[in-house]
Write a protein that binds this ligand. Sequence first.
Ligand SMILES: C[S@@+](CC[C@H](N)C(=O)[O-])C[C@H]1O[C@@H](n2cnc3c(N)ncnc32)[C@H](O)[C@@H]1O
Length: 249
Amino acid sequence: MESAICYSQTSAVQQEDGIKLLNQMNLKEGDVLLDLGCGTGFHARDAAGRVGETGRVVAVDPDKSRIEVAKNALDSNSPTNLQFIVASDKDFPADDAQYDYVLSSFVIHWIKDKESAFKRIYSSLKPGGKFGFTSQDDPKMHDVLIEMLQLCGPQVFQETAQSMHWKSANYYKELAESIGFEVTLMDVAEKTFSFPDIEAFINFFYGVFHGKFDRTLPAIDGIREKYKGQSLMVTIPRLTGIFTKPVNV
Ligand SMILES: C[S@@+](CC[C@H](N)C(=O)[O-])C[C@H]1O[C@@H](n2cnc3c(N)ncnc32)[C@H](O)[C@@H]1O
C-alpha cells in the first residue's frame, strides 16, 4: 500500500504522457475503453470524463494495492461509468469485441508474453477499435538506478531490473501487423525530465518497482551521500504506438 501511494504521488511523468496519448486517441462520448495496467487510476478517471455517462471505462491492474488506492480516490463527484478490477493482461474482461479503445500507459514492458497480450487485446476490440500504448524504445537503465539496485543485493536487482521486458518500436510494429492490426502511429521521441534531488529519484523508483526494494536500507545511504545536493536528469526514448483493428474483419 505504501508503494502504491508513493506511485500515485510521484508518477507525474507517466501521467503527462498518458494524457498526451489520450488526446491522440480522440475518444468520444459513448465509447467503451479498457485501461490495461491502470495503476492508481489517473488515466481511467480522465478517460471516464471524456467518454461521458453514455460511455464506460473498465480499468484493470494486477496490483491489489494500486486498485485499492484507485478506488479510495473515488468520491460522490466521481464518474459512475468507471469500474476498477484486479486483473492482468491474461484475465481482463474480454468478451469478444467489446472495447472501442484499449489504453495502456507504460505497462507493456512489464508483460513478458507480448504476443499473447496483443492477441487478447485485438480480440477484445470492436472492428475499427484502437489500441494505444506508451513505453520506451529498448532503453538503457539509468546508471544511478543500476548502482542503487545493485547495493540492495543480487536478489533485489533481479526482481527489479530484470522484471522489465523492453522491446524496440520495430518489434511492436511487426508484432501488431502479424496479428492483423494496422499501424496508425508509431513514434519514438527523446524525453528528458529531472528529479530535484536523490530522494525524489529513490521515491520515484520505489513506486515504479512496487516497493520491491527497501528505501530505508542502510546500504543505499552511500548513494544518498554521493548525490546529495544534486538534481538528476533522466532521458528516455519515449515510444508511443496506436494500432487499429481493421473495420472489415
Ligand atoms: C508504470 S505503471 C503504469 C500505471 C498507469 N498506467 C500510469 O500510466 O500511471 C505499470 C503498471 O502496469 C501494471 N502491470 C504489471 N504487469 C501487468 C500485466 N501483466 N497486466 C496488466 N498490468 C500490469 C503494474 O501493476 C503497474 O501498475
